[in-house]
Design a protein around this ligand. Structure first.
Ligand code: NDP
Length: 282
C-alpha cells in the first residue's frame, strides 16, 4: 500500500479539542449550545448514528436531547414536534434523523425546520444559498469532505474533481463545494456512460454511491486523492464504496471506511451546532 491515509478519525479528534474549548467560552458568556435530534421509529442504523451524535455532544459539552417518536407517528404529529423545537429558544440545532418511515414526507419535514436551526444544512434555503455561492449552513458530510481535503493540503484550484453520486445530501453539495474551490467538477450517476473513463481523469475522486467496493483500482488515476463516503455492510463488516485494498495501491491519498468521512460528518454537525448557538446569541 502506498497511499497516504486521510484519517477523518484523527482530524475529528483534533477538532473536538478546539470545539470543547469553544464550548467552554460560550458557557462563560451564558450560551449553552443545544442540539436536539428527532428520531422516528426504530431503525437500528439510525439508533447507532444518533448515539454517536449524543456521545460527541457529551465529549464537547453541547447539550444533547433526543426526541424519540414511534414509527406510526403521523405527519401532523411530526410537524407539531418540529414547530415546538423551532419555538424553543434553548434549542440551537434541530436534526431530523433520516430516513423517516416511508409514510412520512421527508422533504416537508426538513422544510419545516427553521433555517437557522437546520444544522444538517438540508433546508432549501440553505441549499439555495450554497447554490448561489453564498452559503450559510453547509451540509455536514460535504463540509467534512472539504475539510479533509484542505487539511491534507490537496491542491484543489484547477483540479479535475469527479463526484460519483448526485444526492441532495452528499453528491450535489459536495460538487458545489469543490466548484467553489475552483475545481473543474463532473458529477456522475447511474445513467452516466463510460463511468471509468470519467473517474480515471479525476485528480480528486469522491465516491458517494452506496455500493460496496464499487470504485476499483482500474477506475482511478495514479496519484489521485480518493474520498470514500460510502457506508455499506458486507457480511456484517463495514466497508466503503471504494475497493480500499486495490485503490490504495495507486492513489496518492485515500480516506478509509470506517474512520474517514464518518467521523468528519459528526465533527461538522458539532461545528454547525456551535455556529448556530453563536448566531442565535447575537
Ligand atoms: P443515494 O442513494 O441518495 O445516492 C446514491 C447516488 O449514487 C445516486 O445519485 C445514484 O445515481 C448513484 N449511483 C447508484 N448506482 C450507480 C452506478 N452504478 N453508477 C454511478 N452512480 C450510481 O445515497 P447518498 O448520497 O445518501 O449516500 C451515498 C453513500 O454514502 C451511502 O453508502 C450512504 O450510506 C453514505 N453516506 C455516508 C455518510 C457519512 O457520514 N460517511 C453520510 C451520508 C451518506 P441516480 O441519482 O441516478 O440514482
Amino acid at each position: 500500500m502506498s497511499a497516504k491515509i486521510l484519517s477523518g478519525k484523527e482530524m475529528a479528534a483534533e477538532l473536538e479539542l478546539q470545539q470543547t474549548a469553544r464550548c467552554v467560552e460560550l458557557n462563560k458568556n451564558g450560551i449553552h449550545p443545544c442540539l436536539t435530534v428527532i428520531l422516528v421509529g426504530d431503525d437500528p442504523a439510525s439508533a447507532i448514528y444518533v448515539r454517536n451524535k449524543e456521545r460527541a455532544c457529551g465529549r464537547i459539552g453541547i447539550e444533547s436531547r433526543t426526541v424519540r417518536m414511534p414509527a406510526e407517528t403521523t405527519q401532523a404529529e411530526l410537524i407539531a414536534q418540529i414547530d415546538a423545537l423551532n419555538a424553543d429558544n434553548s434549542v440551537h440545532g434541530i436534526l431530523i434523523q433520516l430516513p423517516l418511515p416511508k409514510h412520512l414526507d421527508e422533504a416537508a419535514a426538513l422544510m419545516r425546520v427553521r433555517a437557522e436551526k437546520d444544522v444538517d444544512g438540508f433546508h432549501v434555503y440553505n441549499s439555495g444559498r450554497l447554490l448561489q455561492n453564498n452559503p450559510t449552513v453547509l451540509p455536514c458530510t460535504p463540509r467534512g469532505i472539504l475539510y479533509m481535503l484542505k487539511k491534507s493540503g490537496v491542491q484543489l484550484d484547477g483540479a479535475n474533481a469527479v463526484v460519483v453520486g448526485r444526492s441532495n445530501i452528499v453528491g450535489k453539495p459536495a460538487a458545489l463545494l469543490l466548484l467553489r474551490e475552483n475545481c473543474t467538477v463532473t458529477i456522475c450517476h447511474s445513467h452516466t456512460r463510460d463511468l471509468a473513463d470519467i473517474t480515471r481523469r479525476a485528480d480528486v475522486l469522491v465516491a458517494a454511491v452506496g455500493r460496496a467496493k464499487f470504485i476499483t483500482a482500474d477506475m482511478v488515476k495514479p496519484g489521485a486523492t480518493v474520498i470514500d463516503v460510502g457506508i455499506n455492510r458486507v457480511d456484517g463488516k463495514l466497508c466503503g464504496d471504494v475497493d480500499f485494498d486495490g485503490v490504495s495501491e495507486i492513489a496518492a491519498a485515500i480516506s478509509p471506511v470506517p474512520g474517514g468521512v464518518g467521523p468528519m460528518t459528526v465533527a461538522m454537525l458539532m461545528e454547525n451546532t456551535l455556529e448556530a448557538a453563536c448566531k442565535a446569541s447575537r
